[in-house]
Write a protein that binds this ligand. Sequence first.
Ligand code: GLY
Length: 427
Amino acid sequence: MKVLILGAGGREHALAWKIAQSPILNELYIAPGNGGTASVGDNIPVSPDDFESIKKVVLGKRIDMVVVGPEAPLVAGIYDFFRSDEKLKDVYLIGPSRAGAMLEGSKHFAKEFMERYGIPTAFSFSVNAEHVEDGISFLRRMEPPYVLKADGLAAGKGVLIVDTLNQAEKELREMLGGKFGDASKTVVIEQYMRGIEASVFVLTDGESFLILPNAKDYKRVGERDTGLNTGGMGAISPVPFIDKAFLKKVEKRIVIPTITGLRKEHIPYTGFLYVGLMNREGEPYVVEFNVRMGDPEAQAVIPRIKSDLLELLAAAGEGRLKEHKIQVVPETASTVVLASGGYPGNYEKGKIIRGLENTTDCFLFHAGTRSDGKELVTSGGRVLAVTALAENMDSSLELCYRNIEKIHFEKKYFRKDIGFDLKRYHS
Ligand code: GLY
């Protein structure tokens, strides 16, 4: 098969690394890719949002399958673009239709969808600028803290949790006034859920599904989950509290009703579904749906998949996923992200990365790297993810951190406490 992966992050490097091992792969391209994907396939300098240029690549290289990494092209309708084009309509497009991508592209849509199918989630109320006073009344009837979510895509920054009613009212007005541009024209006000978060990942062909390894990510930049939100600073897979009984509840109460609901509404959905969950005393509630793999969760999840991922993706594309099972390695994967100092605020690029050749017993997934002639240099906030597999979380973390000491670039930053909140489950 000839495969094109869209995206440029660590998630796409992990996908490319795994797909490159498949015996059914002939050629692998990544658009635009990064310094790491270049070692397992050919990078093509095309943006995932430029559908016409992607079409040229797909036709020119005779691509059989396109795997969409990030959410933006899905929300913009890349699936529908392929299906409505005579020359592209038979290419497997791994990612949902524009309507399916609304599960991530509109929090209001996702909430209404969950309500229609009785999927457990926090109680909420959606409001736009014309009805701001209804939103304020709703806030006044709630207990703090207050959760305000921009309806649309806001690069991971659109969720605010505020402690006081005054602050919540002010933020609501600012969000509706354009604080996150069009993304916050509608705001979902949500009941705050206490518990511990984790994510379950699903691969579906719209009829049947496979549950992939689960993971927990660490979004805040600072230790003990403090400071600004980032794209993710690390991940652990599997999550110790996601046992068989909990996973059964997720499957029965969330995954099956979601896939059945999509089918009932004639919404095509082939690809990954990321179920962001809150574990509330053993009961799963949906925090959010994403229509792609997580980043950096993919860098922990994918190394745990023993099966041929390309074969599973092809089966999903052909609508015969029910003929397949997934094999997973029992070890724990820990992923720690190395970032540029200053991230997620301002940071410098172009720092020379040294020492990668000295690492052992780990996987390195590149995100913000590029080759500058002979040297590999930093080109983004999240630079690299280091993943290690071992028999338990402590030993995999130890391997990760030991290898991180061997990698050098100016102002390297990483969290030293990935997995801190899971240690109590490992006693
Ligand atoms: N790590 C969070 C996300 O991928 O959305």
